[in-house]
Design a protein around this ligand. Sequence first.
Ligand code: AHR
Length: 497
Amino acid sequence: MAILFVNEARTYAKINKNIYGHFTEHLGNCIYGGIYVGENSAIPNVRGIRSDVVAALRQIRVPIIRWPGGCFAEYYNWLDGIGPKENRKCIVNTSWGGVTEDNSFGTHEFLDFCEQVGCEPYITGNICAGDPRELSDWLDYVNFSGRSPMSDLRRKNGREEPWKVRYVGIGNENWGGGGNMRPEYYADVFRQFASYIRRNNHDLYTVACGSNGADYEWTEKLMQIVGPRMNGLALHFYTMPEYYRNIERFPWEKKGPATGFDVANYYRTLTRTLDMGPLIEKTKAIMDIYDPERKVDLVVDEWGAWHLPEPGTNPGFLFQQNTMRDAIVAAINLNIFNQYAERVTMANLAQMVNVIQSVILTKGEEMVLTPTYHVFDLYKAHQDAMRIESYVQQDLIGTEETQVPGLHASASVDEQGNVHVTVANLSATDAQNIRAVLEGRKFSSVHVRYLAGDMNDHNEFGKAPRVFIRDMQGVTLADNEFTMELPACAVAEITLH
Ligand code: AHR
């Protein structure tokens, strides 16, 4: 039996709700088909934006969405995506499948989408092909309330009031496709852009391009040269299961299948995703040297399990199924982000709809909520709650090759005093008996919601969902303790009053 300790009396940092953020890109059917279908579509929509998708995203309280990429942002010109749709430029999406991009989803549509979802927008500027004036103009266009060439253009395009766009990324992956820059060069480019764009926008939250996984030299240089001139430092880290135990390289070529995988692959995936912990720990240690007052946040603005595309789909579209294994990956990462809430203040799952580890899949008018979606539902009570002490006394499990902890947990207390513990059973095969020991105050009730299935279980178009949230019956509190049996490959939310 594993023992789960939860101590409400020991509180740590506030868990920024933006840790539960998402990432969208002009890639495959993330935007077109997945979010935007156009006003004339038979699929119910508001100004072209799918109503079913918006309703599902509101349910999990999506706090922030990053857009328009990713790689797409590295050559995106925002001016192509404003004004009458018939006049918008058609371009080639050279990053993703070489398809025609008609720019019918642009700045107004993205910000409308965020307003419908009820979340903050986070835009990524093009510093590779674009210059500081281009990004500055974009920010004037969306934020300036007085008269200026850009705010007048916004009004001409039908929007009187400015939006409030606060979060802006200064480039994307500039160590790679975003300019192939050295850290010293990028750091100077960041300083140039950041000082220029702040002229009319004093309340901006700027995010610098962070390291490619475990490239600690990049982190160190950025902290040395940019330091508190940035509000956030990004970090990108994908879970690619077939690449075993080496976070020193970026393993593009080592993805495995999204479904139909075996137990060895399952545990390898979990080991790989658990590397998010040491990766953040080491990055944080460097940040602590240069920024002991924690003025600079760590922003994990791309993360997720990246598998091979579904057979028969366009390989440039990165469409993959999503199983209970992905749910466990999500649970582990979100627990890790909660545990590092004093430095990690935002994270964006890649990508929200139809691409990589999605919470939603769509096909025509059909919409499927993935196991990962349900994890975000189970974890939503952590948003803006205070992290509290929790740890698990347990054995390691897995295969001879790969050992992982049996359970993975985090806990928080919300403003109303409710304690929420999220816990995943990482075993592919065995249920886990848990004895929970609660401290800090006397609790009177416990309620458990959970998600469980075979590691390969997933939800499919045209079929009743296999994976969904259930209530666990028969869990009762006595003397601030309770026991429960968590099924194999499961994620649970325990609420204590
Ligand atoms: O999410 C897919 C791609 O992965 C993004 O466009 C890029 O930033 C990253 O390399």
